[in-house]
Design a binder for this molecule. Structure first.
Ligand code: HMG
Ligand code: MG
Length: 305
């Protein structure tokens, strides 16, 4: 299989990245981060989540952030939704502030499902079914995130069979696209390929994306291994921000800057301006008073002087 010539990246930094921050990040900073990402050419941004603020306090300003972003034509804005209550909150705003896409999220492992969303995998599907229906009735695209596709922080190894089962369930409730997520970043290229193969039993190649956390430094290798199978859509997080509050020790997603550097170096188009993306990463890293998690940004910045 030849590699794709163009790759679509979704920056999940404002959501997956910032959800894990202990310090309060003001809504104005989140709004400016979204602005800078779109100025860098990012065409899809996961902006926030409408989850319970008791579970994830950092995302409690979801309405304010959705109301504050200045939308650009051609950019798709998505939000994570755990239940009907979250969906209703997301569409209670004027239509211009609705998300273009929602992300429902379930786990390939039972224990992580319980820990993350306080219900079994089967119960989560029943919870999501009316959400998917309501979103599609309103013309909102539905993506599904499948967590722990190679490993679970509680159960350890996750078998491809469990991933195939979850993909089938997602398909059954009407989810249009699925993200294959290595939540704790334990996957290696062949394991990730097995998880993708399991997913591709139920979804076409254009409806599958990769979401790799970089805990063990495998995420770029896993991205390339996915591309070798024809996958051309990936989530990434500017400055490598984040992690999941319910997966202790897991670091952020692969840094978007590092993926863009790799892709451009391979002659693969992304539509993204790497320099502007690095600036967006520095903006948020400075706000958080920490170094960027992107190796490419660190290298470029050391040359800028
Ligand atoms: P629960 O406590 O079982 O829910 O939480 P409940 O229905 O019993 O409600 C309890 C309280 O929460 C009630 O309030 C509800 O109103 C409120 P009270 O009556 O006690 O005052 N509530 C809500 N409030 C606002 N918005 C809502 C909402 N729902 C209930 N939508 C629930 C169940 C799913 C809500 C909870 O477990 C939750 O919000 N979990 C979110 C967990 C989360 O955000 N995890 C991180 C994102 S997933 C991730 O990062 C992985 C991903 O990146 C892919 C990967 O890497 O794997 C996507
Ligand atoms: Mg994640």
């Amino acid at each position: 299989m030849s590699l794709p010539t163009r790759v679509k990246l979704v920056d999940v930094g404002p959501r997956d990245g910032l959800q894990n921050e202990k310090q309060t990040v003001p809504a104005a900073i989140k709004i400016e981060l979204v602005q800078r990402l779109q100025e860098a050419g990012m065409r899809e941004i996961e902006v926030t989540s409408f989850v319970s603020p008791k579970w994830v306090p950092q995302m409690a300003d979801n309405r304010e952030v959705m109301a504050g972003i200045v939308r650009r034509p051609g950019v798709r804005y998505s939000v994570l939704i755990p239940n009907l209550q979250g969906f209703e909150a997301a569409v209670a705003a004027p239509r211009a502030q609705w998300p273009d896409e929602i992300v429902v999220f379930a786990a390939a492992s039972e224990s992580f499902s319980q820990r993350n969303i306080n219900c079994s995998i089967a119960q989560s599907m029943e919870r999501f079914r009316p959400v998917v229906q309501a979103a599609r009735d309103k013309g909102i695209y539905v993506r599904g995130a499948m967590s722990c596709v190679v490993g679970c922080p509680i159960e350890g190894e996750v078998a491809p069979r469990q991933v195939a089962q979850l993909a089938a369930l997602m398909k059954d409730i009407g989810v249009q696209h699925v993200g294959v997520a290595d939540t704790i970043g334990v996957g290696t290229p062949t394991k990730v390929q097995r998880a993708l193969e399991a997913t591709l039993q139920h979804y076409g190649i254009n409806d599958v994306s990769g979401h790799f956390h970089d805990t063990y430094g495998q995420a770029l290798a896993n991205t390339l291994a996915s591309m070798e199978m024809g996958v051309w859509q990936f989530d990434a997080s500017v400055a490598g921000l984040g992690g999941c509050p319910f997966a202790k020790g897991a670091t952020g997603n692969v840094a978007t800057e590092d993926v863009v550097y790799m892709l451009h170096g391979m002659g693969i188009e992304t539509g993204i301006d790497l320099d502007k993306l690095i600036d967006a990463g520095m903006f948020i890293s400075d706000c958080l008073q920490r170094k960027t998690g992107s190796r490419a940004a660190t290298a470029v910045l050391s040359k800028r002087g």
